[in-house]
Design a protein around this ligand. Structure first.
Ligand code: FPP
Length: 224
């Protein structure tokens, strides 16, 4: 049975779900946050150590201003209301991506990371203003500047996921089969599950079905 340490998720389909059921994309994001909370619980139950959630990409800035504002308000309120609870559950929060938000949100993100930095039950990596191509170019530049030998081991030190094992599983909901500039290096050997369901409709039983399927896969990592 395959060990499982890290699940990464592209939470796609909020907008479509919101338009279909509530006539509003933002209502889909709100419902998507409920799914996030349910999947965090299930991740803990499965004793998984890392959960990486793609919440906002470098390309998502192209969206209408009011939708961006809604998403960041949702995140702010989530942190204000839930960080104490996450801390009590021994959950560590880490942001991957570039923190160039409002000073209020930047401060809240930094405080949340510091507050939970010693926790060890589960690490949630929240990808915010994250783009894998930017991360890779940045890492190459830093490695070049360091004058160290260019090899995989030295390169890994400059990724935002330094010290985090590569995802064992990538789940993408929303019936679309693409990676959308997410963890392009780190997903080299991940098992990928493309799900038809939109993120707000994704449930704990879907999550557990994927884990069960993953456990049975013969992972070769290039071997036979
Ligand atoms: C993609 O769906 C989803 C996002 C860009 C935002 C993800 C945000 C959440 C799940 C809620 C907030 C989470 C936290 C942690 C505060 P989409 O809008 O691109 O869907 P579409 O393809 O149907 O348009």
């Amino acid at each position: 049975m395959n060990p499982l340490n890290h699940v990464a998720i592209i939470m796609d389909g909020n907008g479509r779900w919101g338009l279909k059921y509530k006539n509003s994309r933002n209502a889909g994001h709100k419902a998507g946050l409920k799914t996030v909370e349910e999947i965090i619980k299930e991740t803990i139950k499965n004793n998984i150590k890392y959960l990486t959630l793609y919440a906002f990409s470098t390309e998502n800035w192209k969206r209408p201003k009011q939708e961006i504002k809604f998403l960041f308000n949702l995140l702010e309120n989530f942190l204000i209301n839930k960080i104490e609870d996450l801390n009590k559950q021994n959950i560590k929060l880490k942001i991957i991506g570039v923190k160039n938000f409002s000073s209020k949100l930047n401060k809240l993100l930094n405080q949340s990371e510091i507050k939970t930095s010693k926790n060890s039950k589960l690490q949630i990596n929240l990808a915010l203003n994250y783009g894998s191509k930017f991360e890779l170019i940045n890492a190459f530049n830093k490695l070049k500047k360091s004058k160290k030998k260019i090899n995989e081991k030295n390169f890994l030190n400059y990724l935002q996921t330094k010290d985090i094992p590569d995802p064992d599983i990538l789940i993408r909901t929303g019936n679309t089969k693409r990676l959308s500039n997410f963890l392009l290096w780190q997903l080299a050997y991940s098992e990928i599950f493309f799900e038809k369901k939109l993120w707000p409709a994704f449930s704990k039983s879907d999550f557990n079905r994927i884990i069960k399927e993953y456990r049975k896969i013969k992972r070769n990592f290039g071997n036979i």
